[in-house]
Design a protein around this ligand. Structure first.
Ligand SMILES: C[S@@+](CC[C@H](N)C(=O)[O-])C[C@H]1O[C@@H](n2cnc3c(N)ncnc32)[C@H](O)[C@@H]1O
Length: 392
């Protein structure tokens, strides 16, 4: 890495904070454990580990349940508003990035020190600009829309944490989406659901409401051992002064990119032809695309492809006018009972009346968010023989 006094890559010297969505902290920890990171601290919508720049690059590429990988620049306490500026001015920002890079400060402020939550963000921005002016006689531009460098400010009462967001654009922007469906599931949420379900990556995976195919894609990439971000080009760490292109290329080259077959069947259906075309277009952009089976069919016509398997699905929530959500979920419940015995079926929805209409008792319920929408992710276990199916 570059010869910077602050950015040297000594053994596990970096505090790495990995952000995720509410409810996915535990599966993100499991994912880290699987990748060999055993010492993981659980936070609210985030986890923390110690690591190196090698880890930062690796995690940006390999994590499926993360939104952003941050490295801590400094943590300090403030007694007055002014302290924030003074402490920020002590940081050698010009060693982290060059003056020709645009930057933006983003923050989450939970503190009585600041009445206006935008104000501390402006203070940090000013301190960064002033550090550059003092050190190199010039200032970097601010770009709030598409900055090359993203600084993360977190204020909790009088405790301030400044970090570099090494991902930049959120990691759910995978780079594989060619076509967007009507209500696409967030890619990180999809990866999180698959982990939460406990799917073994070997048994048949079915999404009867596949839309543009997010769950199919995330399941196939997971089963194939190909990173979900394999098509992503953008990472903010590439804009840092210490960016090591050779290290990045080495990590990327070592990654699984191609497969000759999937270890399981992955099948998606949607009633809407256009959605199936979109799912296929998204799948084609990926090396797993040709192994995933898709067809345009209403769920009522789907026949059980194997004696057992896993359904993970995201049916309509009923936000659209004219949709009779109770009828749809009732039909779906009946189809599960009559057609899918021997299967485990996980459903994510924000519709409580929809869940009630399914007419089956869930054996697990997990609270989650899909964007701003509070949802529940529920497991219906469809035992062999309808008598054993616990109905509501
Ligand atoms: C919330 S969207 C799924 C979005 C998907 N997870 C994605 O990421 O794009 C629900 C999908 O269910 C489909 N759908 C509605 N009624 C259906 C039915 N009876 N059978 C199969 N699919 C249906 C819709 O066409 C829509 O694409």
């Amino acid at each position: 890495m570059a010869n910077s006094s602050q950015i040297k890559d000594s053994e596990k010297s970096l505090t790495i904070t990995i952000k995720t969505f509410f409810g996915l902290e535990q599966v993100l920890t499991e994912e880290l454990n699987e990748l060999g990171y055993k010492d993981v601290q659980l936070l609210n919508r985030a986890v923390q580990i110690k690591g190196t720049w090698n880890d930062v690059y690796f995690l940006n590429l390999h994590l499926r349940c993360a939104i952003a990988v941050l490295i801590q620049v400094r943590q300090f306490q403030i007694k007055t508003e002014d302290d924030l500026y003074k402490q920020c001015l002590k940081i050698k920002w010009h060693e982290y990035f060059k003056v020709d890079k645009s930057f933006s400060v983003r923050g989450a402020i939970f503190s009585d020190f600041f009445k206006n939550s935008q104000y501390p963000i402006l203070v940090v921005k000013d301190a960064i600009v002033d550090t550059f002016r003092n050190a190199v006689g010039d200032r970097p531009d601010v770009n709030t829309k598409s900055p090359q460098i993203v600084i993360d400010l977190y204020v909790n009462n009088n405790q301030v944490t400044l970090s570099l967001n090494t991902s930049g654009l959120p990691l759910f922007q995978r780079g594989y989406r060619q076509a967007v469906g009507e209500a696409p599931l967030n890619e990180v949420v999809a990866a999180g659901l698959i982990r939460l379900s406990g799917w073994d990556r070997k048994s048949t995976f079915l999404d009867p409401f596949c839309g543009s195919g997010t769950l199919l894609i995330e399941a196939a990439l997971l089963a194939a051992g190909i990173p979900s971000n394999i098509e992503r080009q953008h990472y903010a760490f590439k804009n840092l002064a210490n960016y090591d292109d050779a290290l990045w290329n080495k990590l990327y080259d070592e990654t699984q990119k191609r497969i000759t077959k999937l270890p399981c069947r992955i099948i998606g259906y949607d009633i809407n032809d256009e959605m199936v075309i979109k799912a296929r277009r998204n799948l084609r952009a990926l090396p797993i695309g040709r192994f995933v089976e898709t067809a345009s069919e209403p769920f009522e016509r789907i026949k059980k492809p194997e004696d057992s398997g896993m359904i993970i699905t995201n049916p309509p929530y009923g936000e659209r006018m004219g949709e009779n959500i109770e009828e749809l979920y009732e039909g779906f419940g009946n189809w599960m009972k009559s057609e899918m015995s021997g299967w485990r079926c996980w459903v994510i929805s924000s519709s409580e009346s929809g869940f009630k209409s399914i007419g089956l008792k869930p054996s697990k319920k997990i609270r989650l968010y899909n964007g701003d929408l509070e949802c529940s992710f529920r497991l219906f276990e469809l035992y062999e023989g309808s008598k054993k199916n616990p109905s509501l």
